[in-house]
Ligand binder design. Structure first.
Ligand SMILES: *Cc1c(COP(=O)(O)O)cnc(C)c1O
Length: 398
């Protein structure tokens, strides 16, 4: 078999398991109604929970940022790419973090994926460290753990984690978890995890990609939502989801941040993100914590309750599972890959886009529709979704 035939055969294998993926072509800005492949659809799939990605004040802020700062940063933060805009953004995020982490300092990065690589390779860089990683963690945390030189243990629940911590002789212990599990929408037991971190002298790294901006007082995320406060907390958040722009941050004890800044390769060997983005993000933070953010979070809660109440009887009659979720991520677990694809396909025929999520993103046998809500959805949009779901004929195929 030739080189290319080998890859072609592997692609064919994936296709036979209903695992092929395609990119859809967006023809208009991120919003509940978007042109997709030339057709207007009602979407329940973006992580733009607050509906800020196409907000006029953010667009104006980005334009202003570009006029003030130009386009590219030109070099990494340590060379010449660290602008006053980046510095101001880090100062503001640091102030947010100090609600939960005394004396916290923040560092911004180009993406959440890179932030997690930076965190895990930076803090677990030696064999005398051990990572304790939640089984459902996001791929970027799994990849970070693979790259880190530390030992790794995967835990499925608090009891298992406690046993692993008790057995560990590592000098530096790091518990790593998503705050909100991205494919399930439920919150990690952060309070209990912090108690274990305190008991076993560990750090607790929390990836708040889906809680930042959405949960907690003034949208300050999952740590504030749970009322946590400790210098053992390391808070990572992304700025391309609820914040509506792009990028990510790590906030932690200033010594840890200085360590990452000095040593972590994903922060050192990459060009800083455009300063105009940092400028726009300052506006995004102001929107999130202000009245506009409050109004949008209240709308999300109304939508979430409407959907959960409306879907429960339907899911029960179809044998679908609707795990409880306190967040705008509402999974509808269908089971088989083909069934999830058929359901997603029928919804799309009806003008609605709700992607099917399949392994390896979720465990085998739990293929699902991942419904995500946006503050710009209207109550009628949810009615349209529930109507289309109730019309689904399980054995008709997609
Ligand atoms: C999206 C996501 C990331 C990656 O963030 P990007 O900024 O998109 O690279 C990391 N962790 C979790 C839990 C995510 O959902």
């Amino acid at each position: 078999m030739s080189l290319f035939d080998r890859f072609r055969a592997r692609l064919d294998e994936r296709a036979a398991q209903d695992l092929s993926r395609t990119r859809r072509l967006a023809g208009s800005p991120t919003a509940p109604r978007q042109r997709v492949d030339g057709r207007e659809l009602l979407l329940f799939c973006s992580n733009d929970y607050l509906g800020l990605a196409d907000h006029p004040e953010l667009i104006a802020a980005l334009q202003e940022g570009a006029a003030r700062w130009g386009v590219g940063a030109g070099a990494s933060h340590l060379i010449s790419g660290h602008s006053e805009a980046h510095e101001a953004l880090e100062a503001e995020l640091g102030a947010w973090a100090r609600d939960c982490i005394p004396e916290a300092r923040a560092l911004t990065l180009c993406t959440g994926y890179m932030a997690n690589l930076a965190l895990l390779t930076g803090l677990a860089d030696r064999e005398d460290a051990e990572l304790f990683s939640e089984r459902l963690n996001h791929a970027s945390l799994i990849d970070g753990a693979r790259l880190a030189r530390a030992r790794k243990s995967i835990y499925a629940d608090l009891d298992q984690l406690e046993a692993q911590l008790r057995a560990s002789t590592a000098a530096t212990k790091l518990i790593v978890t998503d705050a909100v599990f991205s494919m399930d929408g439920h919150l990690a037991p952060l309070r209990e995890l912090l108690a274990l971190a305190e008991c076993f002298d560990a750090l607790l790294l929390v990836d708040d990609a889906h809680g930042f901006g959405v949960l907690g007082p003034r949208g300050r995320g999952s740590l504030a939502h749970c009322g946590l406060r400790s210098e053992r907390l390391v808070w990572m958040g992304t700025l391309g989801k609820a914040a509506g722009v792009a990028g990510a941050f790590i906030a932690a004890h200033p010594t840890l941040i200085e360590w990452l800044l000095q040593t972590s390769r994903p922060t050192i060997f990459t060009t800083a993100s455009p300063p105009a983005l940092a400028h726009a993000l300052l506006k995004s933070l102001a929107l999130i914590e202000g009245e506009e953010g409050e109004r949008r979070r209240a709308q999300l809660e109304l939508l979430r309750d409407q959907l959960a109440t409306g879907l429960a009887p339907l899911a029960a009659t179809r044998g679908w599972q609707l795990p409880a979720s306190d967040t705008p991520i509402q999974p509808l677990i269908v089971g088989e890959n083909a069934a999830a694809l058929a359901l997603s396909g029928q919804l799309e025929a009806a003008g609605l886009r709700v992607p099917a999520i399949r392994p390896p993103t979720v465990p085998a046998g739990t293929a699902r529709l991942r419904i995500t809500l946006c503050a710009d959805h209207r109550s009628e949009d949810l009615n349209a979704l529930m109507l289309a779901l109730s019309a689904f004929e399980p054995f008709q195929g997609g």
